[in-house]
Design a protein around this ligand. Structure first.
Ligand code: MEV
Length: 428
């Protein structure tokens, strides 16, 4: 393995040749794969190249659609970018199931985002606090050139508070700030405001031995919260009363377990994120930010819990999710990436609030699908069926072989070994 200096200065072809020469076995094949996924449209390819550094190809994922979602009485077809089999199918199935039971109901609880200036100060808190309170308006004024446009759209800085953190760390204080960023995810806006706050702070507190360390948004956004819910009469959950009651009871028990048992909760929430991430990614949003914020929220009570909840009263079944989702529908990739633009168009060019609702619904639907399978047939039945094609493709199965395998595995369990045995058998 070889090191190089000045890699970023190489042309794309030179970068590819370098990585093929020093890191890849079958150089010819590797080069042709990397080149195959360049876009023929030079302008578009240049755009992709400018999203990130040192690009040598385009990485692709399946882009699927889950139709028939009724959300707040409006029908949506939800685009999902995901490689995992069963996810889009489970979402579509849940959409259909709940579509004729009133659909999904949602509520955006709040949209507040958070950013912090982390700093140290050697002077006592009382003096620092007085200086801050006396100059608070200066923070807003000196950030005016940054906030002007956001304010025109109804957003801006909502609040700046000073917080004494010295019981956690010597001399440590924060400016803890709240923002409204309307339809933008708002990372650049928030970080620019915070850097300005840092400068203002250093100015007003110059003789208090203040040292600004970091100015950065927080991806923990417990107040940027959305709720999505489905409900129906218990009888509607099965083909007869006993089956329906049994399903409701087992479903609730499964969710209750995820509420008290972290090992199960992590997997339970991972299934929710299958839906959430796929929509976040398809709509050009930062799925790492959403993941980080969601998992922190799941642990907000001191132990990691389920993001979904079930309530059963006399004859009613209610299933809901409450999650922090900080997403945008303007800025970033939203007007640049061709598939992101299509995804947003399919969703009717939603506002950020609408997208929050859609994302939460995708998470709830996914969890319904997963827990439904787990407490009835088990996960492998549906999973392996979808996975069958992946295994067959690994063996370069022909159309005829695939058809035979699909027929055979209708009545046999499609484990990996069973599929491999089957392929070997029909080939020998
Ligand atoms: C797999 O990607 C997701 C599940 O494990 C979720 C769950 O167990 O609830 C099926």
């Amino acid at each position: 393995m070889t090191k190089i200096s000045g890699f970023s200065k190489l042309t794309k072809i030179e970068k590819i040749e370098w990585v093929c020469k020093y890191y890849l076995q079958n150089q010819k094949n590797a080069k042709s794969i990397l080149e195959q996924y360049w876009n023929d449209n030079n302008k578009l390819q240049k755009l992709h190249d400018e999203f990130a550094e040192n690009t040598v190809s385009n990485y692709y994922l399946p882009f699927g659609l889950a139709p028939n979602f009724t959300i707040d009485d409006k029908v949506y077809c939800i685009p999902m970018a995901i490689e995992e089999s069963s996810v889009v199918a489970a979402a579509s199935k849940a959409a259909k199931f709940w579509g004729n039971k009133g659909g999904f109901k949602t509520e955006v609880i709040n949209t507040t985002k958070v950013g912090q200036v982390h700093f140290t100060c050697k002077t006592d808190y009382k003096t620092l606090q007085d200086v801050f309170e006396n100059h608070k308006s200066q923070f807003f004024e000196e950030a005016k050139s940054i906030t002007k446009n956001m304010e025109k759209r109804g957003g801006g800085i909502r609040d700046i508070a000073i917080i004494d953190k010295t019981s956690d760390l010597d001399n440590y204080y924060q400016l803890h700030c709240h923002f409204e960023t309307v339809d933008a995810m708002g990372a650049n806006f928030i970080n620019s405001c915070l850097e300005q706050f840092g400068k203002t702070l250093e100015k007003i507190a110059h003789d208090l031995e203040v040292e600004v360390l970091m100015c950065i948004l927080s991806n923990y956004v417990p107040e940027c919260l959305v709720r999505a819910e489905v409900s129906c009469a218990i009888d509607e959950l099965g083909t007869n009363g006993d089956e329906a009651k049994n399903f409701a009871r087992r479903f609730k028990q499964a969710v209750d377990i995820a509420n008290v048992e972290p090992f199960r909760a992590v997997t339970h929430n991972k299934g929710i994120m299958n839906g959430i991430d796929a929509v976040v990614l398809a709509t050009g949003n930062d799925f790492r930010a959403v993941e980080a914020g969601v998992h922190a929220y799941a642990a907000k009570d001191g132990h990691y819990k389920s993001l979904t909840h079930v309530d059963i009263d006399s004859n009613n079944f209610k299933f809901w999710i409450e999650v922090p989702i900080a997403v945008g529908t303007v800025g970033g990739l939203t007007s640049l990436h061709p598939l992101v633009k299509i995804a947003l168009s399919i969703l009717g060019n939603p506002s950020a609030k609408q997208l929050m609702r859609i994302v939460a619904v995708a998470g709830l639907a996914q969890n319904f699908g997963a827990v439904n399978s787990l407490v009835t047939d088990g996960i492998q039945k549906g999973h392996m069926k979808m996975h069958l094609l992946n295994i067959l493709n690994q063996f370069d199965a022909s159309g005829k072989e695939k058809a035979e395998a699909i027929e055979y595995f209708k009545t046999h369990s499609a484990t990996h070994n069973a599929v491999v045995d089957f392929i070997n058998r029909i080939r020998s």
